[in-house]
Every structure is written in C-alpha cells, then in structure tokens.
Design a protein around this ligand. Structure first.
Ligand code: HEC
Length: 161
C-alpha cells in the first residue's frame, strides 16, 4: 500500500505549505468558500475543444464519463495506481491549476519524483500548453459548484493571491 499514498502525500505536503495541514485530503469544501465565485472563465469553445481532447487522450484510462478505473484506490498487480476519476468522487478538484497542469504536461512520475512510477505519461510532447489548459477546463466544467469553488480557492492560494 505504500505507493498508494505517495502522490497524495507529495501533494498533501504542498497543501500543508498552503496552510491546509490536517485538513488534507478529506476536506469537504469549507463554508468560508461558499461566497467565493469559481473561476469559470473558459469559453464554450475552449471547453468543447477540451472535451474532444479528453475523449482522444484521457478517456481510455480516466473513463468516458470521468469515472476512473474500477477500484481506483487499490494498487494494481504492478504496484502502480489505477487512474482515478476526474469527477467529484475523485480528488482532481483538490489540486490547484498549476499542479493539474504539471501532472498532465510532465506526468505524475516527474511531479512526484523520488523514482515514483505511474502508468500515466506526460502529455507535453503531444499536446500544446493551450490544449492541456482546454482539457483541464473541460474537466473543471463538469464539477458541481462546491468542488469548483474549492479548486478555485486552492488555485488562488497557489498563486499567492
Ligand atoms: C495510460 C493511462 C492514463 C492516461 C491516458 C491518462 N492518465 Fe491521468 N492518470 C493515470 C493514472 C494511473 C493516474 C494516477 C497517478 C499515479 O500514478 O499515482 C493519473 C492521474 C492523473 C491526475 C492526478 C489526479 C489526482 O487526483 O491526483 C490528473 C490531473 C490526470 N491524471 C490528468 C490526465 C489528463 C488530463 C489526461 C489526458 C490528457 C490523462 N490524465 C490521461 C493514468 C492515465
């Protein structure tokens, strides 16, 4: 089970640095976020592009409906983790924009470091930065309001606003 928590631990450490120690990763969107607006600034065209890119590049592992792989919290026989859902039942929405971008561009192994192994490649060689932003905008557009607000707040903290 050790590998199970490596990515979460690494990203959790980043969250602790943002003052969320103890809350990670089980935090539901706290009430103080309720009044903040989600940064839904992507255009309909960007989201449509992102949806097409998701189907082409991501759906094979993360699911056509963003549902992830079966039993995604348990390691595969290889010891690597299955692909988690990108819907509200997963934890993609716990991560700020910069982390999501780097995971997609460089792959989880490069982001976690320390010899961590992942079945997900980095997409930086086959997708432009704008395409990566579009696919993430699509994923974000599917989240309920509370998850969108939480993720927008994480992004504001990441950017030091
Ligand atoms: C070959 C399978 C595969 C493909 C294709 C794939 N992923 Fe992944 N993805 C994974 C796996 C497995 C993980 C779990 C990370 C790990 O190895 O611990 C993951 C994790 C992630 C995470 C971190 C989620 C979290 O909750 O921490 C993000 C973000 C992500 N993928 C985005 C994408 C996007 C965007 C695409 C398409 C451009 C994509 N992935 C395509 C397998 C894949």
């Amino acid at each position: 089970m050790r590998r199970t928590s490596v990515l979460l631990a690494a990203l959790g450490a980043a969250a602790a640095g943002l003052g969320l120690a103890g809350a990670w990763p089980f935090l539901a969107a706290p009430p103080f976020l309720a009044a903040r607006t989600a940064g839904g600034d992507a255009s309909a065209a960007t989201i449509a592009l992102g949806q097409a890119l998701y189907a082409e590049r991501c759906a094979a592992c993360h699911g056509a409906k963003l549902e992830g792989q079966r039993d995604w919290k348990s390691p595969l026989p290889s010891g690597r983790m299955p692909a988690p859902p990108h819907d509200a039942s997963g934890h993609t929405w716990h991560h700020p924009d910069g982390v999501l971008f780097r995971i997609t561009r460089e792959g989880p192994a490069a982001v976690v470091g320390g010899g961590y192994q992942s079945d997900m490649p980095g997409f930086g060689t086959v997708m432009s930065d704008d395409e990566i932003r579009a696919v993430l905008a699509f994923i974000k557009s599917t989240w309920p309001e509370q998850e969108r607000q939480y993720q927008a707040e994480m992004t504001r903290r990441e950017q030091g606003e």
